[in-house]
Design a protein around this ligand. Structure first.
Ligand code: LHQ
Length: 265
């Protein structure tokens, strides 16, 4: 049986590919286990300095596997979707946000339900022009989960978030760009290549600074200005002691490109 999640390291980038193309990469136990293993490796390997998360085939991810996820449990368990969120989805979203390395979510095709929100948990979201997005939950009597009700209003504002959640409409990649859900679109023919190029570029940047940016930006969603200024001060103090700061300034003075190692000390 093919692995549900493919894992490859190239130029310091971990390429994580959801690999159930015949189900549009719907999330089942195997995919969750594969993602857990992938993020364990990414967290534990200093040589990995960026992540590219994408899907095999014509879909990015169709959300929870509706055929499998509710099968094989007792009648009472079947209805406890909270247990599934607690076990698989919420730890994954928390892990992605806390990961001290940038994640490019490369949406190669349809992103539906928790599949769309998985992409939103990434740091930079890009899409192929043929991709589309839907908060499909309402169609089956659910609410947006996997961080959807947190990310959507912050990314695209209350009005659009509520409409997308309640109407469950599908939006095109162009609309997603216009809404500010995705950072950039690429033609399908060059999408994977451009996505990898972006991730490799990130892997060559000062990794400690990118990690600290994630901490700061994560904090910004909840902090007032005073708390945020304090957080920036504390993080910038740490940055001042990194070898990449020394290298960055040296390279500037010497008028050459910086060679960042991403190391903490
Ligand atoms: C699928 C799926 C799928 C299984 C396509 N499952 N097979 C929920 C419950 C539990 C706990 C935690 O949280 C959640 C969160 C959620 O994510 S709920 C939302 C779940 N996702 C959906 O409701 C989306 C369901 N899929 C669709 O609406 C469509 O497939 C989309 C709009 C994604 C794509 O449509 P098409 O491009 O027309 O493709 P298709 O529908 O023909 O799908 C291709 C195949 O993939 C098909 O299988 P088949 O054997 O007929 O070729 C689908 O059954 C299968 N598939 N999504 N979520």
């Amino acid at each position: 049986m093919a692995e549900a999640v493919l894992f490859e390291v190239k130029d310091d980038v971990a390429i994580v590919t959801l690999n159930r193309p015949e189900r549009l990469n719907a999330l089942n136990e195997d995919i969750h286990a594969g993602l857990r293993a992938a993020f364990e490796r990414i967290e534990g390997d200093e040589g990995i300095r960026a992540v590219l998360l994408t899907g095999a085939g014509r879909g990015f991810c169709a959300g929870a596997d509706l055929m499998q996820s509710l099968a094989g449990a007792s009648a009472a368990e079947k209805r406890d979707l909270g247990a599934s969120l607690e076990k698989d989805y919420n730890p994954l979203v928390r892990r992605m946000r806390a990961l001290p390395k940038p994640i490019v979510a490369a949406v190669n095709g349809v992103a539906a339900g928790a599949g769309m929100n998985l992409a939103l948990a990434g740091d930079i979201i890009i899409a192929a022009k043929s991709a589309n997005f839907t908060q499909a939950f309402v169609r089956i009597g659910l609410i947006p989960d996997a961080g959807g009700t947190y990310f959507l209003p912050r990314l695209i504002g209350e009005a659009r978030a509520r409409a997308l959640a309640m109407l469950g409409e599908t939006i095109t990649a162009e609309q997603a760009l216009e809404f500010g859900l995705v950072y950039r679109l690429f033609d399908d023919a060059v999408f994977q290549e451009e996505a990898l190029k972006m991730a490799i570029g990130l892997a060559q940047k000062p990794t400690q600074a990118l990690a600290a940016m994630k901490t700061a930006l994560n904090g910004s969603a909840d902090n007032g200005l005073d708390a945020q200024l304090d957080l920036e001060r504390d993080l910038q103090r740490k940055m001042g002691y990194t070898p990449d700061f020394v290298e960055g300034v040296k390279a500037f003075v010497e008028k050459r490109p910086a060679r960042f190692t991403g190391r903490a000390g």
